[in-house]
Design a protein around this ligand. Structure first.
Ligand code: PEP
Ligand code: MG
Length: 576
């Protein structure tokens, strides 16, 4: 029977396909005393063999579909599965203690994991604990006859159904087969949603219950435009959505005509339309969508994709590739923003009660100067290959900015003394994503070259509404007059000092927000590449003076977000 539910529209488009359930497998088992150890050992050996051929197949597939580097993770798994020491210990455990294979496996792998995790002086060996955990899960799956999902091996068109997707799950998805995804948790600005937009696959997040409603293999429609999910659609619904899908594709073709057009408003005002990226691989989407610059390069993904801190040279290569790939167009590179929902396995940080308010981003960088200076040096060396702008994230105080800038100056001086060439035209700015910095923008504006407003965090901190929590998503209100008032102060303060202001939070590509942001005087809009063309099309229909009046009215006459939305809708209806 057809079932409908609502979530948060996270990435445009309509996807129709069979559900691929990417959920935690149930690997519970009972401990049993056995009287046939040989039989248990045979089960164990078979499960190891099956797991090994499965991992080998995944490895080969990932090497072709994603890349050799990504595939190497699975070599470590094959190594664990081929290690006689672990297997022999499990066998002895079965024989000596007369327990079933599941119990023996769990006991022995628990010991190995504890042993590797205890090697605090050897981060490489510590990481092997994660490999043993993965391998144990896979072998256990075979012993219990439970399927372990492996998104990297999907070979037919599916839509992914999951509780949540980690950035590394999302990075493994193959666009050819994965047509969309839907999750129980998350909001529009959680990183899985941001990744979906950069992959240009339709997504709906925060449905709360999709993993309970959709069984593996049932037909699911994901409406990433409106946030609707239909499980088991009937014929009429299927036909309706196929039509909607075609209409959206036609719309996209229309927008594509604007790829090389200049971004100007109806009255001829130019604003810069830029793209957000996570890796140099995203450059293709940036150029295909006609971005005029990169307004945010989230460098933490470089750190997250690696097994240890990327070296200065590795970072230099990545930054150079992006600068060269943009052919002289500006690139805002944000220094590492680890923390919040972005973890770094090799940087072992204690668990925190409130990671989004904790030890993250510039706070880590200033406390770990060696790591930070390595990144700054790599950036400075790359600066001669294009138009570089460096941006510090999560700045709360002027002292943090001054300290970071001082380190940058020192590294520059050292490089110059070493005879390296460094550009003299690097702009240095900050993200405005902490309310304290927004309130004090008039002081920051005297010292920085630019601001880029990180509304994903600024809204969550101003409204005290976790950006990842679907239960409070109703409070996550970009158009709340409080947010608009704060933005006006930031933009006016920068302009008073002759500085420019961009926005790289998701609000910059939000079609309801764009008229207001134009009216507030935002200079640069940076967004997922997939939102650029529709925003260019919208801006061409807007008159900047009229939008100024609109923003003024929203701030001075509206007291609720509903009133602001009604005001913008009245305007947009008159456009079409
Ligand atoms: C933001 O906070 O708006 C932002 C762009 O940074 P991130 O989403 O990476 O936290
Ligand atoms: Mg942020």
């Amino acid at each position: 029977m057809e079932n409908r539910l609502m979530g948060i529209a996270a990435s445009d488009g309509i996807a129709i396909g069979k559900a691929y359930l990417l959920t935690e497998p149930d690997l519970t088992f009972a401990k049993k005393t056995i009287d046939n150890p040989e039989g248990e050992i045979t089960r164990l050996l078979d499960s190891f063999e099956n797991a090994k051929s499965e991992v080998q197949a995944i490895r080969d597939h990932v090497a072709i579909a994603v890349g050799e580097e990504e595939a190497q993770v699975f070599d470590a798994h094959v190594m664990v599965l081929s290690d006689p020491e672990m297997l022999d210990t499990i066998k002895s455990n079965i024989t000596d203690n007369k327990v079933n294979a599941e119990q023996a496996l769990a006991d022995v792998s628990g010991l190995f994991i504890a042993m590797f995790e205890g090697m605090v002086d050897n981060p490489y060996m510590q990481e092997r604990a994660a490999d043993i955990r993965d391998v144990t899960e896979r072998v256990m799956g075979h012993l219990l006859g439970v399927k372990i999902p492996s998104p990297a091996t999907i070979k037919e068109e599916v839509v992914i159904v999951a509780k949540d997707l980690t950035p590394s799950d999302t990075a493994q998805l193959n666009r050819r087969y994965v047509k969309g995804f839907v999750t129980d948790i998350g909001g529009r600005t959680s990183h899985s949603a941001i990744m979906a937009r950069s992959l240009e696959i339709p997504a709906v997040v925060g449905t709360k219950t999709i993993t309970e409603l959709a069984a593996d293999g049932v037909m699911v429609i994901i409406d990433g435009l409106e946030g609707n999910i239909i499980v088991n659609p009937d014929e009429a619904t299927l036909a309706e959505y196929k039509e909607k899908q075609t209409a959206f594709e036609t719309q996209k073709e229309e927008w594509a005509k604007l790829k090389d057009a200049e971004t100007v408003t109806k009255d001829g005002k130019h604003v810069e339309l830029a793209a957000n990226i996570g890796t140099p691989k995203d450059l293709q989407g940036v150029n295909d969508n006609g971005a005029e610059a990169i307004g945010l390069y989230r460098t933490e993904f470089l750190y997250m994709d690696s097994e240890q801190f990327p070296t200065e040279q590795e970072q230099f290569e990545a930054y150079k590739a992006v600068l060269e790939g943009m052919n002289g167009k500006a690139v805002v590179v944000r220094t590492m923003d680890i923390g919040g929902d972005k973890e770094l396995p090799y940087l072992q940080l204690p668990e925190e009660m409130n990671p989004f308010l904790g030890y993250r981003a510039i706070r880590i960088c200033l406390a770990e100067p060696d790591m930070f200076r390595t990144q700054l040096r790599a950036l400075l060396r790359a600066s001669v290959y294009g138009k570089l702008r460096i941006m510090f994230p999560m700045i709360a105080t002027l002292n943090e900015f001054r300290e970071a800038k001082q380190m940058l100056e020192e590294e520059k001086a050292k490089l110059v003394a070493e005879g390296q060439s460094v550009s003299d035209e690097i702009e240095v700015g900050i993200m405005i994503e902490i309310p304290a910095a927004a309130v004090l923008a008039h002081q920051f504006a005297k010292e920085v070259d630019f601001f880029s407003v990180g509304t994903n965090d600024l809204i969550q901190y101003t409204m005290a509404a976790d950006r990842m929590n679907e239960r409070v998503s109703y409070l996550y209100q970009p158009y709340n007059p409080a947010i608009l008032t704060l933005l006006k102060h930031v933009i006016d303060s920068a302009h008073a000092e002759g500085k420019w202001v961009g926005m790289c939070g998701e609000m910059a590509g939000d079609q309801t927000a764009v008229p207001l942001l134009l009216g507030l005087g935002l200079d640069e809009f940076s967004m997922s590449a997939s939102s650029i063309l529709k925003t260019r099309s919208l801006l061409a229909k807007l008159d900047s003076k009229e939008m100024e009046a609109l923003a003024h009215k929203a701030i001075n006459e509206c007291s609720t977000v509903e009133e602001v939305i009604a005001l913008v809708e009245e305007l947009t209806e008159s456009l079409s």
